[in-house]
Ligand binder design. Structure first.
Ligand code: FAD
Length: 334
């Protein structure tokens, strides 16, 4: 049976490994620094607690990583936002295998993998967020995506069942979840690939980090790329060619440094940012006939606020699964 936030508190308040906060402000939990509160925030410290919690959740619920790819509405999120804690921060190497909890920061995983000569991880250098978020986004660059390196993924599904999927069973689509089922990713394992050389990998990682600091707005509040690259095109190039760099709505600004980034210049609301996303999208559509698809996850907005973006948001449904992403992407393309 599914339960509302109040019922969840009543039922699971004494459950070890679950820490509840009511009316938790979300701006400090997202890198863009905007948004309202969530009715209920649950920090999950153990796998056993996560297995108990999952079957109790009813939509809307959402799992948060480091909030580095997220825009949440300014109004209160009426459901439950969960985040993985201590019990999911283990990173262990045994021989040729690296096991990593979903709450581990991706840069920490990358550093450990490069130190140990696990080839390929250096090309994920500089991407913020957690491993769980990276798995949900198949995070990466034009050089490498997390899915290229994955060996096995562990998750707790919506029925509370802990299961694992081999590399072959994972989805490997561009910026879309690796997980084949709805639920919360808890860990992943990686195997050492041939060709690792820690020294060369360190150098490459440093080079790529340096390039990022030049190409991306550095030390600004952003959520990374706003839009996915459309097939055969680069979203930033289209936005730049449309003359939109520096365009502002309220406190939100298209970065003058990288056209696919939106910056919070200090006082932005989430609605400012959303309006800017819609404006950029409609200008690119008008100028080039290309329909840009948001990479950033949009949470808690009304259909009216979202307009044409409504099929791609996470407002009503639970966490977007690979399945729903696929359906909504098809809907958006008409
Ligand atoms: C400066 C900057 C640069 C960036 N550069 C890149 C880049 O080069 N490449 C790139 O791909 N991204 C980039 N990003 C975006 C972002 O860092 C990645 O998408 C990252 O993987 C998101 O991880 P997160 O933990 O912050 O996830 P969140 O933003 O918290 O959530 C993102 C999605 O992951 C889901 N999620 C989080 N944890 C779990 C879990 N345990 N189980 C299931 N679902 C989960 C959420 O529900 C949500 O749908 C950048 C962001 C910033 C701010």
């Amino acid at each position: 049976m599914h339960r509302t936030p109040e019922k969840i508190i009543r039922t699971l308040a004494r459950e070890p490994g679950l820490v509840f906060t009511e009316s938790m402000p979300l701006p400090r939990l997202t890198t863009i620094g905007t948004g309202g509160k969530t009715r209920l925030f649950v920090q999950v410290e153990t796998l056993a607690a996560l297995k108990k919690l999952m079957p109790e959740l009813e939509p809307p619920w959402f799992v948060l990583g480091a909030g580095s790819n997220l825009l949440v509405s300014d109004r209160e999120f009426p459901g439950v936002i969960i985040r993985l804690g201590r019990g999911f921060r283990r990173l262990r190497r045994t021989g040729e295998r690296l096991s990593c909890g979903a709450a581990v920061a991706l840069p920490r995983l990358v550093a450990a993998a490069v130190d140990a000569g696990f080839a390929g991880f250096e090309e994920l250098s500089g991407i913020p967020g957690t491993l769980g978020g990276a798995a949900a986004m198949n995070a990466g660059t034009h050089l490498k995506q997390l899915g290229d390196l994955a060996h096995r993924l562990w998750m707790v599904d919506t029925a509370g069942v802990w299961q694992s999927f081999s590399r072959q069973a994972l989805r490997h689509d561009y910026r879309s979840s690796l997980a084949p089922a709805a639920g919360v990713v808890t860990a992943m394992t990686f195997l050492r690939l041939a060709g690792g050389d820690p020294e060369a990998q360190h150098q490459r990682a440093a080079l790529l980090d340096g390039q990022r600091k030049v190409k991306h707005p550095w030390r600004r509040r952003t959520f990374g790329s706003t839009f996915k690259n459309p097939p055969g095109e680069v979203a930033a190039r289209l936005i730049d060619r449309a003359g939109l760099k520096g365009t502002c709505i309220g406190g939100a600004r298209v970065s003058p440094v990288h056209a696919n980034f939106i910056e919070n210049t200090g006082e932005a609301t989430s609605l400012d940012v959303l309006e800017l996303i819609k404006h950029v999208r409609s200008e690119v559509q008008r100028r080039f006939g290309v329909s840009l698809e948001p990479e950033v996850r949009l949470l808690g907005f009304t259909e009216r606020e979202l307009g044409e973006l409504a099929p791609l948001a996470v407002s009503r449904n639970e966490n977007l699964t690979a399945e729903t992403q696929h359906i909504t992407q098809k809907k958006l393309r008409g």
